[in-house]
Design a binder for this molecule. Sequence first.
Ligand SMILES: [Zn+2]
Length: 345
Amino acid sequence: MKKAAKILIPVLCVLLIGAAFGGYVWYNKTYHPSKWLAEGDDAMQVVDAYQQSLEALPDMENTWQEALPQTVIHDLVEAHFAAPLPEGKTEKKAIVIGYDGCLVDTFRLLGTAKKSAINMLLKQQNGHAIFTYAGGVNYPGENTQATSTAPGWCSMLTGVLADVHHITNNGQPKEVEPKTLLLSLVEDGTVDKSAFYVSWDGHFSKKSATYYPEKVYARQEGVNAPYRRALFDPGTKLNILHDLKKKDCSDFIFSTLEYTDHAGHSSGFSLGNVKYVSAFRDADATGADIIAAIENRPSYDSEDWLILITTDHGGIGVSHGGSSMEERITFIVSNKEIPTAAETE
Ligand SMILES: [Zn+2]
């Protein structure tokens, strides 16, 4: 026994020392602050890679640093209706087609798209695309409002930010004031009829929804502005196409499609996610059908249409609301010129 102990004890000692050393190495590799720094460096590289991917987008007219606030949607629509009718045109119309939660780097997919509303607009003589931003302030400044759905669309529909419209998150019913374009354009006599087509129930379909009080007000006051919700995006498309088939279709249409937002939340806001890529293709193909329906209107030649495609925010991982570039840098594509920041000053 004594002989065995003489061998066993040193062996055990060596094993213990080995285990302690191994544990120390593992700890340092996994949890040591130097490891966090290395991860920090990796994170910086990811940010740089996303910036570089935005800088490489060929269709954008401004840089992401020159991005305009998403409220510019409101101003573009108002300016369109305020401008004189071009020669040969007898009526003005406008539509906003929103791709909810659409990363701007989806533009990298346009080259391989079979059916794309964005490509349709960019191919037009005055087709333009610009960077915009959600969150109230451009990256890398601190967000003044969440990159969430309700604050985003509300900023576009009212032309003001959350400090004025007070919509800081989803599930907050907005006061009727400040009025959205859907109400203001009809009430001031700019247009005869506007329409709001969506499938998300957070817009106006439940009492906690953003525009629920506005929908009630519109009905009570007899404002010619229907708020229609379909169960899913194909239903939203059908509602829009049905409207566009009418001889006297809505003069201003505001719509959102949920394809990209749903895919992002369920499996990731990323071009590396085939489901997200496919959702973008679905949204952009739906947009293409809507634009084709506009162009096929018998009275199209005498109508002066403003067509805008935009998004309320991007996303990172499976969520959004924060201040990363992926969540904050958005876009507008238009069939008409978009005054850049320098021109609007
Ligand atoms: Zn959204």
